[in-house]
Design a protein around this ligand. Sequence first.
Ligand code: FEO
Length: 396
Amino acid sequence: MNTSLKAVKISEKIYWVGAVDWSMRNFHGYETSRGTSYNAYLILDEKVTLIDTVKAPFKDELLKRIASVVNPAKIDIIVSSHVEPDHSSALPFVVEYARNAEIITSQPNGLKGLTARYGHLNYKPVKAGDSISIGERTLQFLPTPMLHWPDSMVTFCPEEKIIFSNDAFGQHLATSMRFDDENDLNTTLFEAKKYYANILMPFGKQALTALSALGGHEIKMIATGHGVIWRKNIDTILDCYSEWASGDVKDRAVIVFDSMWGSTEIIAQTITEAFAKRGIPAAYYDIKSTPMSDIVTDVFTSKYLAVGSPTINNQMMPTIAAFLCYLKGLRPQNHKAFAFGSYGWGGQSVGLVEEELKAAGMEIILDKIRLANVPNYAQLNEITDHILKIDSEAEK
Ligand code: FEO
């Protein structure tokens, strides 16, 4: 075990004791190009309290950081905000030291989830509005079901004005510096948006409810479950969450395609240029070159989406099928879309793409663009003409 691992003081008698996962690159399909962290917090009050644990392979890092300020056996209370194993799977190892610790979890779903995974431990289930005194401080519990699991919960400490937010407001971002003002803000906000798009997008309504519940509190710090802690740019991240949860989209187009021999690629280029000519910024993604999690981050706030695939064995390309499956699960809102692609003979792919776009809840604003073999100049000009009229056609 690395003996240089230390707790990081974030407030008087409150410490970050989590772990940094510098090498994580895939979080069940979400490409985490900047790694992540699993944040846990230790409060040294009359009752020593640990808020969350870490992913099990990082248990030694957690225990070492705790031990740098207090013997782990002295932990009286463990708050488990979320059952997902990146936050809870080190719990049984902590309990081996803190044998009498009371484990606070949401009722009923946190209790069910923890019991299913770790058996019968010393649980104390709480519900909305419950609070406990840990000495000089109080902890108030606010379950946030489906943000993003049924058991999810945040904890507010009114004396410190700190909200321990778990997944909410987090970012998959490995960094040696714990606070927002010690890191590049644009990078942190991009990762926060990517996190929201890939994990929280289906739960905008729940996010708005949680935000309104927080509205009554003065907040000095948002101690997240992943990435950096917000202390300087709290209003900025709260405003971003309000905007993201609202489902608002901007005048921007995202073009996503795969191509076999370059013809669908030529159509994608034409569509991209046409949007730009129309004055609408457009992003061009060859699905083979960009992770899906980055593409959906862009789709999330873009009004237009064009998806292209050639036909292979009467189907769309498996890469595009996977992208559309992933996107559909995230329940995107307020997008206008169309399908395109080239083909040799059958040409079924474009219709299949369009059906998936409809199934994802998108408004189809242009007839399928299906071109046989290699697109010619006249056909590409016709596509450009359609794109140039797209807003006026869509608004009729
Ligand atoms: Fe960070 Fe839903 O776990």
